[in-house]
Design a protein around this ligand. Structure first.
Ligand code: 7RM
Length: 464
Protein backbone atom coordinates (compact mmCIF):
# COMPACT_ATOMS: atom_id res chain seq x y z
CA UNK A 1 0.00 0.00 0.00
CA UNK A 2 1.18 3.51 -0.77
CA UNK A 3 0.02 6.49 1.27
CA UNK A 4 0.53 9.67 -0.70
CA UNK A 5 -0.91 13.05 -1.65
CA UNK A 6 -2.10 14.42 -4.96
CA UNK A 7 0.68 16.97 -4.82
CA UNK A 8 2.51 19.49 -2.68
CA UNK A 9 3.94 22.98 -2.75
CA UNK A 10 7.64 23.62 -2.98
CA UNK A 11 8.28 27.35 -2.98
CA UNK A 12 6.26 28.81 -5.81
CA UNK A 13 6.08 25.42 -7.54
CA UNK A 14 3.40 22.77 -7.32
CA UNK A 15 4.79 19.24 -7.44
CA UNK A 16 2.34 16.67 -8.88
CA UNK A 17 3.30 13.89 -6.49
CA UNK A 18 0.59 11.47 -7.59
CA UNK A 19 1.98 11.50 -11.12
CA UNK A 20 5.39 10.47 -9.75
CA UNK A 21 3.77 7.63 -7.78
CA UNK A 22 1.87 6.44 -10.86
CA UNK A 23 5.07 6.29 -12.84
CA UNK A 24 6.86 4.33 -10.10
CA UNK A 25 3.99 1.86 -9.87
CA UNK A 26 4.36 0.96 -13.53
CA UNK A 27 7.32 -1.14 -12.46
CA UNK A 28 6.02 -2.23 -9.04
CA UNK A 29 3.17 -4.69 -9.37
CA UNK A 30 3.11 -5.69 -5.70
CA UNK A 31 1.28 -2.49 -4.68
CA UNK A 32 -2.45 -3.17 -4.31
CA UNK A 33 -3.84 0.08 -2.91
CA UNK A 34 -2.94 3.76 -3.11
CA UNK A 35 -4.52 6.16 -0.63
CA UNK A 36 -4.37 9.76 -1.80
CA UNK A 37 -4.63 12.77 0.49
CA UNK A 38 -5.90 15.91 -1.22
CA UNK A 39 -3.60 18.94 -0.88
CA UNK A 40 -3.80 20.69 -4.22
CA UNK A 41 -6.57 21.70 -6.51
CA UNK A 42 -6.27 19.38 -9.48
CA UNK A 43 -7.71 16.07 -10.60
CA UNK A 44 -4.99 13.45 -10.78
CA UNK A 45 -5.50 10.15 -12.55
CA UNK A 46 -7.18 7.69 -10.13
CA UNK A 47 -6.79 4.06 -11.13
CA UNK A 48 -10.11 2.26 -10.63
CA UNK A 49 -9.92 -0.46 -7.97
CA UNK A 50 -6.44 0.61 -6.85
CA UNK A 51 -6.53 4.31 -5.89
CA UNK A 52 -8.81 5.79 -3.27
CA UNK A 53 -9.08 9.27 -1.75
CA UNK A 54 -8.16 9.52 1.94
CA UNK A 55 -11.45 11.28 2.70
CA UNK A 56 -13.39 8.29 1.34
CA UNK A 57 -11.11 5.71 2.93
CA UNK A 58 -11.68 7.05 6.46
CA UNK A 59 -15.48 7.14 6.18
CA UNK A 60 -17.01 5.00 8.91
CA UNK A 61 -13.64 4.03 10.40
CA UNK A 62 -13.09 3.98 14.16
CA UNK A 63 -11.06 6.85 15.58
CA UNK A 64 -9.51 4.48 18.15
CA UNK A 65 -6.32 2.64 17.28
CA UNK A 66 -4.89 0.55 20.11
CA UNK A 67 -1.11 0.30 20.06
CA UNK A 68 0.31 -2.90 18.65
CA UNK A 69 2.87 -4.64 20.85
CA UNK A 70 6.08 -5.04 18.88
CA UNK A 71 9.28 -6.93 19.55
CA UNK A 72 12.15 -4.53 20.21
CA UNK A 73 14.02 -6.02 17.25
CA UNK A 74 11.09 -5.80 14.80
CA UNK A 75 11.86 -3.60 11.79
CA UNK A 76 10.72 -0.01 12.32
CA UNK A 77 11.73 1.41 8.93
CA UNK A 78 14.13 1.08 6.02
CA UNK A 79 15.80 4.22 4.73
CA UNK A 80 17.96 4.26 1.60
CA UNK A 81 21.27 6.06 1.68
CA UNK A 82 24.14 6.31 -0.77
CA UNK A 83 27.66 5.19 -0.03
CA UNK A 84 30.85 5.49 -2.01
CA UNK A 85 30.05 2.53 -4.24
CA UNK A 86 27.11 0.95 -5.96
CA UNK A 87 23.41 1.52 -5.57
CA UNK A 88 21.98 3.07 -2.41
CA UNK A 89 21.68 0.68 0.54
CA UNK A 90 18.53 0.14 2.59
CA UNK A 91 19.50 0.91 6.17
CA UNK A 92 17.31 -1.07 8.58
CA UNK A 93 16.38 0.33 12.00
CA UNK A 94 14.41 -1.54 14.62
CA UNK A 95 11.83 -0.47 17.19
CA UNK A 96 13.41 -0.63 20.64
CA UNK A 97 16.94 0.66 20.30
CA UNK A 98 16.16 3.34 17.76
CA UNK A 99 13.35 4.83 19.82
CA UNK A 100 15.30 4.73 23.08
CA UNK A 101 18.27 6.44 21.50
CA UNK A 102 16.47 9.14 19.49
CA UNK A 103 14.47 10.21 22.56
CA UNK A 104 17.56 10.19 24.79
CA UNK A 105 19.72 12.15 22.36
CA UNK A 106 16.96 14.63 21.49
CA UNK A 107 16.35 15.54 25.12
CA UNK A 108 20.00 15.82 26.05
CA UNK A 109 21.51 17.51 23.01
CA UNK A 110 18.81 20.16 22.62
CA UNK A 111 18.01 20.43 26.35
CA UNK A 112 14.33 20.48 25.47
CA UNK A 113 12.12 21.76 28.30
CA UNK A 114 8.41 21.19 28.70
CA UNK A 115 6.27 23.48 26.50
CA UNK A 116 9.23 24.54 24.35
CA UNK A 117 8.65 24.80 20.60
CA UNK A 118 11.26 22.87 18.67
CA UNK A 119 11.90 23.17 14.93
CA UNK A 120 14.08 21.01 12.72
CA UNK A 121 13.97 22.19 9.09
CA UNK A 122 15.01 18.85 7.58
CA UNK A 123 13.06 16.84 5.06
CA UNK A 124 11.08 14.11 6.80
CA UNK A 125 12.37 11.70 4.18
CA UNK A 126 15.93 12.16 5.44
CA UNK A 127 17.16 10.39 8.58
CA UNK A 128 17.30 13.75 10.36
CA UNK A 129 13.59 14.18 9.72
CA UNK A 130 12.84 10.66 10.98
CA UNK A 131 14.92 10.93 14.14
CA UNK A 132 14.59 14.61 15.02
CA UNK A 133 11.27 15.82 13.61
CA UNK A 134 9.25 12.70 14.28
CA UNK A 135 10.56 10.03 16.67
CA UNK A 136 12.85 11.82 19.14
CA UNK A 137 10.58 14.82 19.77
CA UNK A 138 7.26 12.91 19.77
CA UNK A 139 8.60 10.19 22.10
CA UNK A 140 9.56 13.04 24.42
CA UNK A 141 6.13 14.67 24.30
CA UNK A 142 7.71 17.68 22.62
CA UNK A 143 6.03 20.19 20.33
CA UNK A 144 7.73 19.72 16.99
CA UNK A 145 7.16 22.16 14.18
CA UNK A 146 6.84 20.83 10.63
CA UNK A 147 7.55 23.06 7.67
CA UNK A 148 6.69 22.37 4.06
CA UNK A 149 8.63 24.74 1.88
CA UNK A 150 12.02 26.14 1.00
CA UNK A 151 14.16 28.63 2.94
CA UNK A 152 14.03 31.30 0.22
CA UNK A 153 10.29 31.44 -0.48
CA UNK A 154 8.58 33.88 -0.47
CA UNK A 155 11.87 35.52 0.56
CA UNK A 156 15.12 34.57 2.32
CA UNK A 157 13.66 35.70 5.67
CA UNK A 158 11.24 32.77 5.76
CA UNK A 159 13.00 30.72 8.47
CA UNK A 160 13.28 33.72 10.77
CA UNK A 161 9.70 34.78 10.15
CA UNK A 162 8.53 31.28 11.14
CA UNK A 163 10.75 31.36 14.26
CA UNK A 164 9.19 34.66 15.39
CA UNK A 165 5.67 33.66 14.44
CA UNK A 166 5.73 30.42 16.46
CA UNK A 167 8.21 31.40 19.18
CA UNK A 168 10.69 28.67 18.24
CA UNK A 169 13.03 27.77 21.12
CA UNK A 170 15.33 25.21 19.48
CA UNK A 171 16.23 25.60 15.82
CA UNK A 172 18.06 22.83 13.92
CA UNK A 173 19.21 23.15 10.28
CA UNK A 174 22.04 22.31 7.86
CA UNK A 175 25.15 24.35 7.01
CA UNK A 176 24.13 24.39 3.35
CA UNK A 177 20.96 26.30 4.29
CA UNK A 178 22.93 28.71 6.48
CA UNK A 179 25.37 29.47 3.67
CA UNK A 180 22.58 29.92 1.15
CA UNK A 181 20.82 32.43 3.40
CA UNK A 182 24.06 34.16 4.27
CA UNK A 183 24.57 34.85 0.57
CA UNK A 184 21.33 36.86 0.49
CA UNK A 185 22.73 39.37 2.97
CA UNK A 186 22.08 40.14 6.63
CA UNK A 187 18.96 42.29 6.25
CA UNK A 188 16.60 39.34 6.02
CA UNK A 189 17.67 37.95 9.36
CA UNK A 190 18.08 41.33 11.03
CA UNK A 191 14.45 42.27 10.47
CA UNK A 192 13.25 39.60 12.94
CA UNK A 193 13.73 39.54 16.70
CA UNK A 194 14.50 35.80 17.15
CA UNK A 195 14.07 36.43 20.89
CA UNK A 196 12.61 33.03 21.59
CA UNK A 197 15.60 31.02 20.32
CA UNK A 198 17.61 29.30 23.06
CA UNK A 199 19.54 26.62 21.17
CA UNK A 200 20.84 26.30 17.60
CA UNK A 201 21.85 23.09 15.90
CA UNK A 202 23.56 22.05 12.68
CA UNK A 203 23.82 18.71 10.93
CA UNK A 204 24.79 17.01 7.70
CA UNK A 205 28.25 18.24 6.82
CA UNK A 206 31.18 20.01 8.41
CA UNK A 207 30.21 23.61 9.12
CA UNK A 208 32.77 26.16 7.98
CA UNK A 209 33.93 28.81 10.40
CA UNK A 210 32.37 31.69 8.50
CA UNK A 211 28.92 30.09 8.49
CA UNK A 212 29.26 29.10 12.17
CA UNK A 213 30.07 32.68 13.14
CA UNK A 214 27.24 34.15 11.08
CA UNK A 215 24.78 31.69 12.63
CA UNK A 216 26.05 32.44 16.13
CA UNK A 217 25.99 36.22 15.66
CA UNK A 218 22.90 36.90 13.55
CA UNK A 219 20.60 34.03 14.49
CA UNK A 220 21.81 33.23 18.01
CA UNK A 221 22.60 36.89 18.86
CA UNK A 222 25.75 35.53 20.53
CA UNK A 223 23.73 34.12 23.41
CA UNK A 224 22.72 30.70 22.08
CA UNK A 225 24.88 27.61 22.13
CA UNK A 226 25.34 25.86 18.77
CA UNK A 227 25.26 22.08 18.82
CA UNK A 228 27.18 20.71 15.84
CA UNK A 229 25.71 17.22 15.68
CA UNK A 230 27.68 14.50 13.93
CA UNK A 231 25.88 11.29 13.03
CA UNK A 232 24.73 9.18 10.09
CA UNK A 233 21.73 7.37 8.68
CA UNK A 234 23.43 4.23 9.93
CA UNK A 235 23.91 5.47 13.50
CA UNK A 236 20.23 6.37 13.79
CA UNK A 237 20.92 9.20 16.20
CA UNK A 238 23.44 11.87 17.20
CA UNK A 239 26.81 10.40 18.20
CA UNK A 240 29.18 13.34 18.65
CA UNK A 241 27.86 16.75 19.67
CA UNK A 242 27.79 19.30 22.41
CA UNK A 243 24.94 19.21 24.91
CA UNK A 244 23.38 22.68 24.78
CA UNK A 245 24.66 24.96 27.55
CA UNK A 246 26.56 22.12 29.19
CA UNK A 247 29.46 21.54 26.80
CA UNK A 248 32.26 23.82 25.63
CA UNK A 249 32.06 24.96 21.99
CA UNK A 250 34.75 25.23 19.39
CA UNK A 251 33.61 26.34 15.91
CA UNK A 252 33.96 23.58 13.27
CA UNK A 253 34.30 20.94 16.02
CA UNK A 254 31.38 18.61 16.70
CA UNK A 255 32.78 18.16 20.20
CA UNK A 256 32.61 15.16 22.52
CA UNK A 257 30.75 11.87 22.11
CA UNK A 258 27.37 11.54 23.78
CA UNK A 259 27.47 9.58 27.04
CA UNK A 260 27.61 5.91 26.11
CA UNK A 261 29.27 6.38 22.72
CA UNK A 262 32.87 5.28 22.26
CA UNK A 263 34.49 6.73 19.13
CA UNK A 264 38.10 5.96 18.28
CA UNK A 265 40.52 7.16 15.62
CA UNK A 266 42.37 4.42 13.79
CA UNK A 267 45.51 4.69 11.69
CA UNK A 268 46.16 2.98 8.31
CA UNK A 269 47.04 -0.27 10.09
CA UNK A 270 43.90 -0.20 12.18
CA UNK A 271 45.66 0.71 15.41
CA UNK A 272 43.93 3.09 17.82
CA UNK A 273 45.51 6.53 17.89
CA UNK A 274 45.85 7.53 21.53
CA UNK A 275 47.31 11.04 21.19
CA UNK A 276 45.31 14.13 20.33
CA UNK A 277 45.89 16.45 17.36
CA UNK A 278 46.26 13.50 15.01
CA UNK A 279 44.00 12.59 12.15
CA UNK A 280 42.52 9.14 11.76
CA UNK A 281 39.64 6.99 10.57
CA UNK A 282 36.63 7.55 12.77
CA UNK A 283 35.29 4.24 14.09
CA UNK A 284 33.02 3.24 16.94
CA UNK A 285 34.31 0.66 19.41
CA UNK A 286 31.14 -0.49 21.13
CA UNK A 287 27.55 -1.01 19.95
CA UNK A 288 24.87 1.57 20.77
CA UNK A 289 21.08 1.25 20.83
CA UNK A 290 20.19 2.74 17.43
CA UNK A 291 22.93 1.24 15.30
CA UNK A 292 22.15 -0.14 11.83
CA UNK A 293 20.87 -3.73 12.08
CA UNK A 294 21.37 -4.78 8.46
CA UNK A 295 21.24 -3.50 4.90
CA UNK A 296 17.90 -4.64 3.57
CA UNK A 297 18.09 -7.85 1.58
CA UNK A 298 21.87 -8.13 1.77
CA UNK A 299 23.34 -8.69 5.20
CA UNK A 300 26.76 -9.48 3.76
CA UNK A 301 26.92 -5.99 2.30
CA UNK A 302 26.30 -4.51 5.76
CA UNK A 303 29.15 -6.62 7.13
CA UNK A 304 31.48 -5.60 4.30
CA UNK A 305 30.77 -1.89 4.23
CA UNK A 306 30.74 -1.21 7.96
CA UNK A 307 32.40 -4.03 9.86
CA UNK A 308 35.19 -5.46 7.71
CA UNK A 309 37.57 -2.53 7.27
CA UNK A 310 38.68 -2.81 10.88
CA UNK A 311 37.96 -5.94 12.83
CA UNK A 312 35.86 -5.32 15.91
CA UNK A 313 34.90 -1.77 14.97
CA UNK A 314 32.07 -0.01 13.17
CA UNK A 315 33.69 2.06 10.38
CA UNK A 316 31.99 5.41 9.71
CA UNK A 317 33.72 6.33 6.43
CA UNK A 318 34.68 9.67 7.94
CA UNK A 319 38.06 11.04 8.87
CA UNK A 320 38.38 13.03 12.08
CA UNK A 321 40.85 14.71 14.35
CA UNK A 322 40.84 15.48 18.08
CA UNK A 323 42.03 18.88 19.22
CA UNK A 324 44.24 19.28 22.26
CA UNK A 325 41.22 18.97 24.55
CA UNK A 326 39.98 15.82 22.86
CA UNK A 327 37.15 17.52 20.96
CA UNK A 328 36.37 15.84 17.67
CA UNK A 329 36.52 17.70 14.38
CA UNK A 330 35.03 15.82 11.46
CA UNK A 331 37.22 16.32 8.41
CA UNK A 332 34.86 14.70 5.92
CA UNK A 333 34.49 11.40 4.16
CA UNK A 334 37.79 9.66 3.87
CA UNK A 335 37.26 9.25 0.17
CA UNK A 336 37.24 13.06 0.00
CA UNK A 337 40.77 13.41 1.22
CA UNK A 338 43.10 14.87 -1.39
CA UNK A 339 46.77 14.06 -1.35
CA UNK A 340 48.92 16.67 -3.09
CA UNK A 341 52.60 15.79 -3.22
CA UNK A 342 52.27 13.84 -0.01
CA UNK A 343 50.32 16.56 1.79
CA UNK A 344 46.84 15.60 2.89
CA UNK A 345 43.99 18.09 2.67
CA UNK A 346 40.37 17.66 3.59
CA UNK A 347 38.14 18.98 0.84
CA UNK A 348 36.27 20.93 3.52
CA UNK A 349 39.47 22.58 4.63
CA UNK A 350 40.18 23.95 1.15
CA UNK A 351 36.55 24.90 0.60
CA UNK A 352 36.58 26.81 3.88
CA UNK A 353 39.54 28.82 2.65
CA UNK A 354 37.99 29.50 -0.77
CA UNK A 355 34.71 30.53 0.87
CA UNK A 356 36.40 33.29 2.82
CA UNK A 357 36.96 35.10 -0.50
CA UNK A 358 34.39 37.89 -0.67
CA UNK A 359 32.98 37.01 -4.11
CA UNK A 360 32.48 33.36 -3.25
CA UNK A 361 29.12 31.98 -2.18
CA UNK A 362 29.95 28.29 -2.11
CA UNK A 363 32.52 25.89 -3.44
CA UNK A 364 33.28 22.21 -3.82
CA UNK A 365 36.72 20.74 -4.20
CA UNK A 366 37.81 17.34 -5.49
CA UNK A 367 41.08 15.68 -6.34
CA UNK A 368 42.04 14.54 -9.83
CA UNK A 369 45.07 12.58 -11.06
CA UNK A 370 48.09 14.83 -11.58
CA UNK A 371 51.26 13.59 -13.24
CA UNK A 372 53.65 15.30 -10.85
CA UNK A 373 51.78 15.80 -7.62
CA UNK A 374 49.80 12.60 -7.42
CA UNK A 375 46.62 14.56 -7.10
CA UNK A 376 45.75 18.06 -8.15
CA UNK A 377 42.99 20.21 -6.69
CA UNK A 378 39.97 21.03 -8.84
CA UNK A 379 37.59 23.64 -7.44
CA UNK A 380 34.03 24.31 -8.51
CA UNK A 381 33.11 27.79 -7.36
CA UNK A 382 29.83 29.67 -7.15
CA UNK A 383 30.28 33.45 -7.00
CA UNK A 384 27.60 36.03 -6.22
CA UNK A 385 27.56 36.56 -10.00
CA UNK A 386 29.55 34.90 -12.78
CA UNK A 387 32.87 36.79 -12.90
CA UNK A 388 33.42 39.03 -15.92
CA UNK A 389 37.13 38.43 -15.91
CA UNK A 390 37.62 34.79 -14.98
CA UNK A 391 41.41 35.01 -14.86
CA UNK A 392 41.28 37.86 -12.39
CA UNK A 393 38.77 36.01 -10.24
CA UNK A 394 40.92 32.87 -10.31
CA UNK A 395 43.98 34.80 -9.22
CA UNK A 396 42.05 36.30 -6.33
CA UNK A 397 40.77 32.90 -5.13
CA UNK A 398 44.23 31.36 -5.38
CA UNK A 399 45.63 34.22 -3.36
CA UNK A 400 43.03 33.58 -0.66
CA UNK A 401 43.90 29.88 -0.46
CA UNK A 402 47.62 30.56 -0.39
CA UNK A 403 47.06 33.03 2.42
CA UNK A 404 44.85 30.70 4.46
CA UNK A 405 46.58 27.35 3.99
CA UNK A 406 49.68 27.70 1.86
CA UNK A 407 50.90 27.42 -1.69
CA UNK A 408 50.64 23.65 -1.72
CA UNK A 409 46.85 23.82 -1.37
CA UNK A 410 46.47 26.07 -4.40
CA UNK A 411 43.72 24.80 -6.72
CA UNK A 412 45.13 23.80 -10.07
CA UNK A 413 41.81 24.32 -11.82
CA UNK A 414 38.94 26.62 -10.92
CA UNK A 415 35.66 26.27 -12.75
CA UNK A 416 32.95 28.87 -12.18
CA UNK A 417 29.49 27.35 -11.94
CA UNK A 418 26.01 28.55 -11.00
CA UNK A 419 25.08 25.47 -8.94
CA UNK A 420 26.47 22.25 -7.48
CA UNK A 421 25.01 18.74 -7.81
CA UNK A 422 23.33 18.14 -4.46
CA UNK A 423 21.14 15.49 -2.93
CA UNK A 424 17.85 16.48 -1.37
CA UNK A 425 19.49 16.67 2.03
CA UNK A 426 22.01 19.20 0.73
CA UNK A 427 25.02 16.97 0.32
CA UNK A 428 27.29 17.70 -2.60
CA UNK A 429 27.65 14.62 -4.77
CA UNK A 430 31.41 14.70 -5.10
CA UNK A 431 31.44 11.47 -7.04
CA UNK A 432 30.01 13.41 -9.98
CA UNK A 433 32.41 16.33 -9.58
CA UNK A 434 35.32 13.91 -9.34
CA UNK A 435 34.31 12.17 -12.57
CA UNK A 436 34.08 15.50 -14.41
CA UNK A 437 37.45 16.59 -13.02
CA UNK A 438 38.96 13.30 -14.14
CA UNK A 439 37.61 13.85 -17.66
CA UNK A 440 35.22 10.93 -17.37
CA UNK A 441 31.97 12.82 -17.72
CA UNK A 442 30.42 10.17 -19.95
CA UNK A 443 30.33 7.76 -17.01
CA UNK A 444 28.57 9.61 -14.17
CA UNK A 445 26.68 6.66 -12.67
CA UNK A 446 23.42 6.98 -10.79
CA UNK A 447 22.26 10.61 -10.58
CA UNK A 448 18.70 9.79 -9.53
CA UNK A 449 18.99 11.27 -6.03
CA UNK A 450 20.00 14.71 -7.29
CA UNK A 451 17.88 17.73 -6.46
CA UNK A 452 18.55 19.48 -9.75
CA UNK A 453 20.03 17.30 -12.54
CA UNK A 454 20.37 20.33 -14.87
CA UNK A 455 23.41 21.68 -13.05
CA UNK A 456 25.31 18.54 -14.07
CA UNK A 457 24.93 19.41 -17.73
CA UNK A 458 26.27 22.90 -17.13
CA UNK A 459 29.24 21.54 -15.19
CA UNK A 460 30.12 18.97 -17.85
CA UNK A 461 29.98 21.63 -20.58
CA UNK A 462 32.25 24.01 -18.71
CA UNK A 463 34.77 21.39 -17.59
CA UNK A 464 38.42 22.51 -17.70
C1 7RM B 1 22.64 13.05 9.78
C2 7RM B 1 23.23 12.80 8.42
C3 7RM B 1 26.21 11.18 7.14
C4 7RM B 1 27.50 11.88 6.80
C5 7RM B 1 28.60 11.65 7.81
C6 7RM B 1 29.44 12.90 7.64
C7 7RM B 1 28.43 13.99 7.34
C8 7RM B 1 26.84 14.63 9.21
C9 7RM B 1 28.01 16.12 10.28
C10 7RM B 1 28.79 15.62 9.20
C11 7RM B 1 30.54 16.98 9.82
C12 7RM B 1 28.59 17.11 11.13
N1 7RM B 1 23.15 11.53 7.96
N2 7RM B 1 28.03 14.71 8.56
N3 7RM B 1 26.81 15.48 10.24
N4 7RM B 1 30.05 16.05 8.99
N5 7RM B 1 29.86 17.51 10.86
N6 7RM B 1 27.92 17.66 12.17
O1 7RM B 1 23.73 13.71 7.81
O2 7RM B 1 23.72 9.61 6.48
O3 7RM B 1 22.88 11.67 5.46
O4 7RM B 1 25.15 11.58 6.27
O5 7RM B 1 27.30 13.31 6.79
O6 7RM B 1 30.29 12.75 6.53
O7 7RM B 1 29.29 10.45 7.54
S1 7RM B 1 23.69 11.05 6.50
Amino acid sequence: MVLTADGLNRGAKEIPLKRVVDEALESCSSVEKVIVYKCLDWAPHMEAGRDIWWEEAIQGQSTKCPAEVMDSEDVLFILYTSGSTGKPKGVVHTCGGYMVYTAYSFQNVFQYEESDIYWCTADIGWITGHSYIVYGPLLSGATTLMFEGVPTYPDPGRFWQVCDKHGVNQFYTAPTAIRALMAHGDDHVLSYSLDSIKVLGTVGEPINEEAWKWYHLHVGKQKCPIVDTWWQTETGGIMISGLANLSPMNPTHAGYPLPGIQPVLLDQEGKEIEENQMEGYLCIRFPWPSMIRTTYGDHERCRNVYFSHYKGYYFTGDGAKRDKDGMYRIIGRVDDVINVSGHRFGTAEIEDAINTNKMVVESAVVGYPHALKGQGIYAYVICDRLPEDEELARASIIETVVEQIGRIAKPEKIQFVTGLPKTRSGKIMRRILRKVAEGEAENLGDTSTLLDPDVVEEIVKGAL
